[in-house]
Design a binder for this molecule. Structure first.
Ligand code: ATP
Length: 246
């Protein structure tokens, strides 16, 4: 990686770029992943590159849904593997939840590389290589998933998902938790729980909430979920951004 001095005012953002760029050269990130990252960066800039209170609230609710789920799955794509492979493995263990590699531009080679990356961070079992099920309503490779993974899950955490696939998972009656820096994307609007935060902050923060809430009473947790309104949370995010711009 190129030398970036820690004193640089944009150190974290530049380090993230370096990671994405290296992962593309290593065949983990698809070239369009760089463009998706750029769109995310622009929104992160508007948020002040920090976890805003609405995101923290959504991360708490996401943690509860993952804790009370019977078959939770964390979906991993190239950008997620490049930025938070270790953190996803750790989150998966803390819930516990399965990890599944699920790619928009699916190739066996890239799946294998991402599986290896997750295994190098301690993942014991990674789904996504079998591809023996199809998400209804999605054409071709985009809909492929594992029968024992995403296909049979009840709650799916999809960091950086495409809008169509997010909707198709909702149509399968799954609870979809999305992490997306763009509060205006189709994914953000369609998901059951939308976390408008950078994956590099969101994944560790969800794990923090998992650890805090793990031993709480079910009725206490359900009351928190009941009082959460995703549309209102998204509106509050937009108000936050527009106030900052004013
Ligand atoms: P949609 O299909 O949902 O309308 P899109 O076409 O804008 O969305 P994609 O290109 O499929 O989006 O996915 C990229 C999304 O991921 C963008 O909305 C971008 O804001 C978001 N994103 C990129 N990098 C990050 C990151 N590090 N953390 C969180 N979100 C990110």
């Amino acid at each position: 990686m190129s030398e970036i001095p820690k004193s640089h005012p944009r150190y974290i953002s530049l380090m993230i770029r370096e990671k994405i760029s290296k992962a593309m050269k290593d065949g983990i990130v698809h070239e369009t992943g760089l463009i998706a990252h750029g769109r995310g960066e622009a929104f992160d800039y508007l948020l002040g590159e920090k976890t805003i209170p609405m995101a923290d609230e959504a991360e708490k609710v996401a943690a509860i849904f993952l804790l009370i789920a019977k078959k939770p799955v964390i979906s991993i794509n190239g950008n997620v593997a490049a930025l938070v492979a270790e953190e996803c493995v750790s989150l998966g263990e803390s819930i516990p939840a399965k990890l599944e590699v699920n790619l928009f531009h699916r190739t066996q080679e890239r799946i294998d590389k991402i599986v290896k990356e997750l295994e190098s961070h301690g993942a014991k079992e990674v789904y996504g290589t079998v591809g023996d099920a199809q998400i209804p309503g999605l054409e071709h490779d985009r809909g492929i998933c594992d029968k024992d993974g995403i296909f049979s899950s009840d709650v799916v955490l999809v960091p950086l998902e495409d809008g169509d696939r997010c909707q198709a998972l909702i149509d399968m009656d799954k609870t979809v938790i999305a992490i997306d820096l763009n509060p205006l994307s189709r994914t953000a609007k369609n998901a059951n729980i939308t976390i408008v935060d950078n994956v590099v902050r969101a994944i560790p923060n969800i794990e923090k909430w998992i650890k805090k809430l793990k031993n709480e009473d079910a009725s206490y947790l359900i009351n928190i979920v009941k009082s959460f309104d995703n549309n209102k949370n998204l509106q509050d995010v937009l108000s936050y951004i527009t106030k900052k711009l004013a």
